[in-house]
Design a protein around this ligand. Structure first.
Ligand code: GDP
Length: 206
């Protein structure tokens, strides 16, 4: 099944099901350049990005069959990290940017926090994001998957698998390493998201 790009999250007001299969919003978080768009494009079945259409406001919808049951994920690649003062970004004002960030932290039914195994600072940002998320959604038990991407770049590795795994234990989330370039573990990542959501729904699904 091919995925459809969606206009914005505002049209999707609640996490789960209407009639038919359950649907959930999954938000990708992480530093620029870690591979979020590449991962979501693989999820969505997009072969190559049209260079004229490099919009960041992408929400992709796809129904996955996991363990014999269908679940629809709306995957949002909309995260824009905070910039140090003085660096201009797109056409947005700072107020709108921080509104977008707080929306991202509020609307997800599950989160995928991505770092690059070749970039230690992105790993540190991932920890920071986990803390922000915990602060924003204190009482909730939201599924979070920590993803170390770019495993194909073996010689440039700065973050070991063990460090990634240990971080996930500390932050009480799942962990997987992927390579968007080799399409390794990407399907497993999104299937894992579905399983984590189902675990927490615990029989609430119809
Ligand atoms: P985003 O800013 O987090 O959305 O990152 P992008 O998906 O735009 O990727 C940033 C750059 O990293 C692009 O040049 C991608 O082709 C590259 N990239 C993404 N994932 C991988 C990967 O698994 N391996 C390698 N070698 N490059 C990757």
């Amino acid at each position: 099944r091919t995925a459809a790009p969606r206009g914005s999250w505002s049209s999707e007001s609640s996490g789960s099901s209407g009639p038919g299969e359950p649907r959930y919003r999954v938000v990708l978080l992480g530093d620029p350049g870690v591979g979020k768009t590449s991962l979501v494009n693989l999820f969505a079945g997009v072969q190559e990005r049209d260079p004229l259409e490099q919009h960041r406001e992408a929400v992709y919808e796809r129904t996955l069959c996991v363990d014999g049951e269908e679940t629809t994920l709306l995957v949002m690649d909309t995260w824009e990290p905070e910039q140090p003062p003085g660096i201009p970004r797109c056409q947005r004002g700072r107020g709108e940017e921080s509104w977008c960030r707080s929306q991202c932290l509020q609307v997800g039914n599950a989160y995928v926090i991505v770092y690059s195994i070749t970039d230690r600072s992105s790993f540190e940002s991932a920890s920071e994001l986990r803390i922000q998320l915990r602060r924003a959604r204190q009482a909730e038990d939201i599924p979070i998957i920590l993803v170390g991407n770019k495993t194909d770049l073996v010689r440039c590795r700065e973050v070991s698998v063990e460090e990634g795994r240990a971080c996930a234990v500390v932050f009480d989330c799942k962990f997987i390493e992927t390579s968007a370039a080799l399409q390794h573990n990407v399907a497993e990542l999104f299937e894992g998201v579905v399983r984590q959501i189902r675990l927490r729904q615990g029989g609430k699904e119809s």
